[in-house]
Design a binder for this molecule. Structure first.
Ligand code: SF4
Length: 367
């Protein structure tokens, strides 16, 4: 969706990043005293989720930029770190949890980046392996036309040896990645789905082939890659279609350049259901056979989840038997049934992913 209005919180007006961003986006800004003024406008819109995609707020991040992914005690967590530089997204997926996660959901870009760099530099100076991603509360690359953050982050990670950055996207906005000095410390990753799910549930994203062509291009520039099958959506015939996506994936990129592949079936907080019904009337994703999980999210019935994971693991193993494949937010039983082992047997999921990053990205292991 196109950004129609830019708002700036008065306290962020004079920051250099604000001025740079404004110059590039070329829209006349509206200065507000407090973000609540914009939040009220969004909340009163007939479709706040759409309004939040068309109104951008340049503001200061009041909380920490870097934090551990909260995970939940009930499911096996990967120990990821989130770098929260912006919120929400200009693309529009029916299943997007951000629609119900933010109150209201609104595009925000945090311009107090001197604090981001301070926090990140401090974290990277510690003797421990960090896997850091920017694609949890926004898409990592939608901000490329207006922001220089990506090259800055890639450079920061290139200057150290024990942590990796993951940029996760559904775009093909990779042009500026060419020629950057990355030292393989930045992983470029794509969320993948079947062409049917992309066409019916992911408005304004790119096609599967476009994503994979972009991935191949990044590989040719020396970047390590990762892929995320999340959310896997169940429908009649989906097994074969996910297997075909896996085949297409390996027709585009080599297994030895893939740091990890994750899988997670569609899950959602109950509040998302009404939003999807209202905003995506043609979508049937919220009408499957769901049961409430231990974290309050609705999930497919466990045997159905295990079945699709097994099929996909078998398909991936045909092309990439040595690639690290993991499940996002599943319990030990599902792991055992899907892979034949639980992460504990390999030192835990964070250790499995750290090892993979050490192997593919040339990290120096921290003791
Ligand atoms: S691309 Fe990701 S962040 Fe953007 S709408 Fe889709 S699910 Fe949400």
């Amino acid at each position: 969706m196109k950004i129609k209005n830019v708002y700036i919180e008065a306290s962020a007006l004079d920051l250099p990043e604000t001025q740079r961003f404004l110059h590039r986006i070329g829209l006349p800004p509206v200065v507000i005293q407090h973000h609540n003024e914009l939040y009220e406008i969004i909340k009163q819109a007939s479709d706040p989720c759409s309004a939040g995609k068309q109104n951008l707020l340049l503001t200061r991040n009041q909380g920490p930029f870097l934090r551990q992914c909260p995970g939940t005690r009930e499911y096996i967590c990967c120990g990821y770190n989130i770098l929260n530089f912006a919120t929400y997204c200009t693309m529009d997926c029916a299943y997007c949890i951000l629609q119900s996660y933010f109150h209201p959901p609104v595009l925000q870009y945090f311009v107090n980046q001197d604090e981001l760099w301070k926090e990140l530099d401090h974290a990277l100076a510690q003797p421990r392996t960090l896997r850091v991603g920017t694609g949890e509360f926004t898409d990592s690359l939608i901000w490329e036309p207006w922001s220089d953050l990506t090259p800055g982050l890639i450079d920061r990670f290139a200057n150290q040896t024990h942590s990796v950055l993951e940029l996760k996207t559904k775009t093909t906005a990779i042009d500026r990645l060419k020629g950057l000095r990355h030292h393989r410390k930045t992983i470029i990753s794509w969320s993948l789905n079947t062409p049917r799910v992309i066409a019916t549930q992911e408005r304004a994203t790119t096609s599967l082939h476009a994503r994979l062509r972009a991935a191949a291009q990044c590989a040719s520039w020396g970047y390590p890659l990762a892929f995320h099958f999340d959310p896997i959506v169940l429908y009649p015939g989906c097994e074969k279609e996910y297997e075909e996506v896996i085949q297409t994936l390996f027709e585009h990129v080599g297994a030895d350049n893939i740091v990890w592949i994750s899988m997670g079936t569609f899950r959602f907080m109950p509040a998302l259901q009404t939003i999807v019904q209202k905003r995506f009337a043609q979508s049937d994703i919220v009408y499957g056979e769901f049961v409430p999980g231990l974290d309050g999210k609705m999930r497919y019935f466990k045997p159905l989840r295990i079945d699709i994971y097994r099929r996909m693991v078998a398909a991936i193993n045909e092309y990439a038997p040595d690639t690290t494949v993991y499940l996002c937010m599943e319990d030990e039983h599902v792991w055992l049934k899907s892979f034949g082992f639980a992460p504990e047997a390999k030192g835990g999921l964070p250790a499995m992913l750290d090892q993979s990053a050490i192997r593919h990205c040339g990290l120096v292991a921290c003791t």
